[in-house]
Design a protein. Structure first.
Length: 391
């Protein structure tokens, strides 16, 4: 006979009530159902560089199909260390300060497990990337939101200073940013760095869009600021740069004080990043020339112009994002009482999926915004733009 006690134990965890399906995935499912064009998810379906693809396929044939070191193969850790030196002049030991991760997402989870405690506070800038907030919540860490100033999402230094409490352990920032496209300027990062040093905080930086910078803007890697290397956990990856979001391959670089423990927690969840695919990413880092990264930015800047002009023609005003590959557009003219309703309305009348802006803000904000992704093959993007113009 099932006892009352047994049935009450057969229940979801305390955390589960917050485990809602992400709005981005929900829109993708809905978009597939009606056969629409998906500008909701940052799927990035542009071609994979052939050296990356060919090396990964050869690695499978060569038998690189078993577990690797939990923090990745030597070749890739070295290639990542070389890249950090080449791009930012930062020296990291590939043995002890570089971890290949199952996506930047896996890297963030490992960093949070290794460095933060339940009830710690982590400062995030709003609009934020949903996974950042939800990953913290899933570990019982409290995200504290600091709103950036519209329309250019500049830093409000006073608001940031006011958000620090005795419980604050870290600041988590994303530059160039999803969904805003914001690139933190050097002056803004100096404010962030000064605060981290003053209060002895970690800085966790998500730099996955490091190469998606437009109009000659510069991506400043925050770890390069004086005094920041030892306290900065740099996260990035290959999903966006090599258009391999489904390979689940990213990395973390950080001081050797933190890395072995991060690798331990990454091991618990993933054991290792996908073995043959690591060879593909390593070959990409080793062989692709600076012109590849330049072209990536040039191509995406063009896609940005295409989408921006279609959105404006459709009466959805948007400021020009300096980086990343999303546009946050005003959706006032669309039917619906909330951003979710507006996104669903747009999908039903135009067959174009976008994400409700509310997914990136605290409750009550972002209801007038939709986020569109422009990392799409030109033909599909052009078709989506045609549909938007016809609105
Ligand atoms: N960080 C940001 C800011 C992102 O926008 C995304 C993709 N949407 C990720 C991380 C995911 O990166 P990865 O595929 O390496 O886990």
């Amino acid at each position: 006979m099932p006892s009352a006690q047994a049935s009450s134990r057969l229940s979801l965890s305390q955390l589960a009530s917050g485990a809602l399906q992400s709005e981005i995935r929900a829109m993708s499912v809905e978009c597939d159902r009606i056969g629409g064009i998906n500008l909701a998810q940052g799927i990035c379906d542009t071609p994979v560089p052939s050296v990356v693809e060919a090396t990964a396929m050869q690695a499978i044939r060569d038998g690189n199909n078993i577990y690797t070191r939990c923090d990745g193969i030597d070749r890739l850790r070295k290639a990542i260390a070389d890249k950090q030196l080449r791009d930012y002049g930062m020296s990291y030991d590939p043995e002890s300060e570089v971890m290949v991760a199952s996506g930047a997402t896996g890297g963030l989870h490992a960093a949070a497990m290794a460095l933060l405690n339940p009830r710690d506070e982590v400062i995030l800038f709003e609009p934020f990337y949903g996974y950042h907030a939800v990953t913290m919540q899933s570990l019982r860490i409290r995200p504290v939101l600091v709103a950036l100033n519209e329309p250019d999402w500049s830093l409000d230094a006073d608001a940031l200073r006011a958000a620090v409490t005795p419980r604050t352990r870290a600041i988590l920032l994303n530059t160039p940013g999803n969904p805003s496209g914001k690139i933190f300027t050097r002056a803004e990062l100096e404010v962030v760095a000064a605060l981290c040093i003053q209060h002895d905080l970690f800085l966790i930086t998500d730099e996955i869009y490091e190469y998606f910078v437009y109009d000659g803007a510069e991506h400043v890697s925050p770890a390069t600021l004086p005094g920041m290397r030892e306290r900065t956990i740099v996260l990035s990856g290959f999903s966006k740069t090599f258009s391999i979001t489904g390979w689940r391959l990213g990395y973390a670089v950080a001081d050797a004080r933190w890395m072995p423990t991060m690798a331990h927690f990454h091991d618990l969840t993933y054991v290792c990043p996908p073995a043959p695919l690591q060879h593909g990413a390593a070959a990409g880092l080793e062989q692709l020339l600076p012109s590849f990264y330049k072209q990536l930015a040039t191509d995406h800047q063009k896609k940005r112009e295409t989408l921006l002009s279609a959105l404006r023609a459709a009466g959805m005003e948007a400021s020009t994002p300096p980086g990343a590959y999303y546009i946050l557009a005003k959706a006032s003219r669309l039917k619906g009482n909330s951003a979710r309703e507006k996104a669903r309305h747009l999908l039903s009348v135009a067959g174009v999926a976008a994400v409700a802006g509310s997914a990136f803000f605290r409750p009550g904000r972002g209801e007038d915004l939709l986020r569109f992704c422009f990392a799409k093959q030109d033909a599909e993007l052009d078709e989506a733009c045609e549909r938007l113009r016809r609105l």
